[in-house]
Design a protein around this ligand. Structure first.
Ligand code: TXA
Ligand code: MG
Length: 326
């Protein structure tokens, strides 16, 4: 039973209270277009320590700072390359995080002791409204990891947030309900600390979209490799996993869960968990389907990954990370 308040009607006064709560050092889970985030004032060391405790996350894992618009970018980042400005103008608000050299505002407790900081302007109207109100009250940025316990599947619905965190949040913390997330997988993370951008985590803003915009060849760090010059803990090892064992492209046994595009029929004896019609819907439904496997207490889930150079890349990246490694 959650002890913190769950807010699902967004009057101006409810948003104002949520922003005030953040300014007072409390945690506020809120929807973004990718996944739900667990927000905290990015300049409040004690509150950030509380956030790491609630998430059960190692303190060297850096957090993404969320701001309401590009206008606030240079408060947090410096030496911003021209290509990063172009990307921000084109894809913000939206599912893209830029890793940039930090200013003095971005302390070690946000960056995991690195000299860079991750920044994002989310597009969910509720996220923007909350960030705007927070900044109106004097706040500078909201650090928000995905609102799940460390290593678990990111929540894409408010029920999933409650399931993940209600046992860990305090009565003064809040959860804002903004409905199911539109994208469903986490933002594209781009390392912008060098001459050429480098994708550290694929997402809805794809390598192709980036190449077309900036006319530079963006490097894509292969899943499982560790070649990047910036440390991105949490991106390369096993992650995003449900309790059920996930197997890719194998034959299900009786009672195994099954996830595939709708044109793939369910093998006999398997339990269908999602039938997305296309890759966009696949990304939207994937984490909910993995959670459903745990709700149904299924031992195994067989997933047929999508193909293509669109969101399929991000989906396959997450699937490879959550796949069972014997
Ligand atoms: O879509 C998203 O990005 C969601 C929503 C809530 O905005 N947030 C999210 O945050 O996925 P989180 O903390 O679960 O994942 C952020 C990843 C971490 O794996 C972290 O290592 C990486 O971003 N990261 C953050 N700052 C970084 C930095 N300065 N250098 C390298 N990696 C960084
Ligand atoms: Mg996460």
């Amino acid at each position: 039973m959650p002890v913190m308040a769950l807010i699902s009607s967004y009057t101006a006064s409810a948003l104002k209270d949520a922003a005030t709560s953040l300014r007072s050092g409390n945690l506020v889970a809120f929807p973004t277009e990718t996944v739900y985030g667990l927000g905290v004032d990015a300049t409040n060391k004690a509150a950030v320590a509380h956030l790491y405790q609630v998430k059960g996350r190692p303190s060297d894992h850096p957090l993404i700072v969320h701001i309401s618009s590009m206008a606030n970018l240079d408060k947090w980042a410096r030496e911003i390359p021209e290509y990063a400005i172009k990307l921000a103008r084109a894809f913000w608000p939206g599912p893209m995080t830029l890793i940039l050299p930090r200013t003095n505002l971005a302390k070690d407790f946000i960056t995991g002791n690195q000299d860079s900081v991750g920044i994002r302007v989310p597009s969910h109207p509720l996220a923007i409204a909350l960030l705007t109100e927070f900044e109106d009250q004097g706040g500078l940025g909201v650090a928000a990891p995905s609102a799940n316990r460390f290593g678990k599947v990111s929540p894409t619905t408010v029920d999933a947030v409650v399931e993940e965190l209600s046992g860990y949040l305090s009565p003064t913390d809040l959860i804002l309900d903004g409905g199911p997330c539109e994208v469903g997988v986490e933002s594209t993370i781009l390392n912008c600390t060098q001459d050429l951008p480098e994708i550290l985590r694929p997402g809805a803003i794809t390598a192709k979209m980036i190449n077309e915009l900036i006319g530079l060849q963006v490097n894509q760090i292969a899943t499982g490799s560790n070649k990047s010059t910036v440390k991105a803990p949490g991106l390369l090892q096993s992650h995003y996993a449900p309790k059920a064992k996930v197997f890719l492209s194998t034959k299900p046994n009786l009672g195994d869960g099954f996830i595939a595009l709708s044109d793939v029929s369910t093998p006999p004896g398997a339990i269908r968990l999602a039938s997305p019609k296309n890759n966009k819907e696949y990304a939207q439904l994937l984490y909910q389907a993995l959670r459903l496997a745990d709700t149904k207490q299924l031992p195994n889930v067989i997933v047929i990954p999508p193909t293509g150079d669109d969101l399929a890349f991000a989906i396959c990246d997450r699937l490879e990370k959550c796949a069972y490694k014997s």
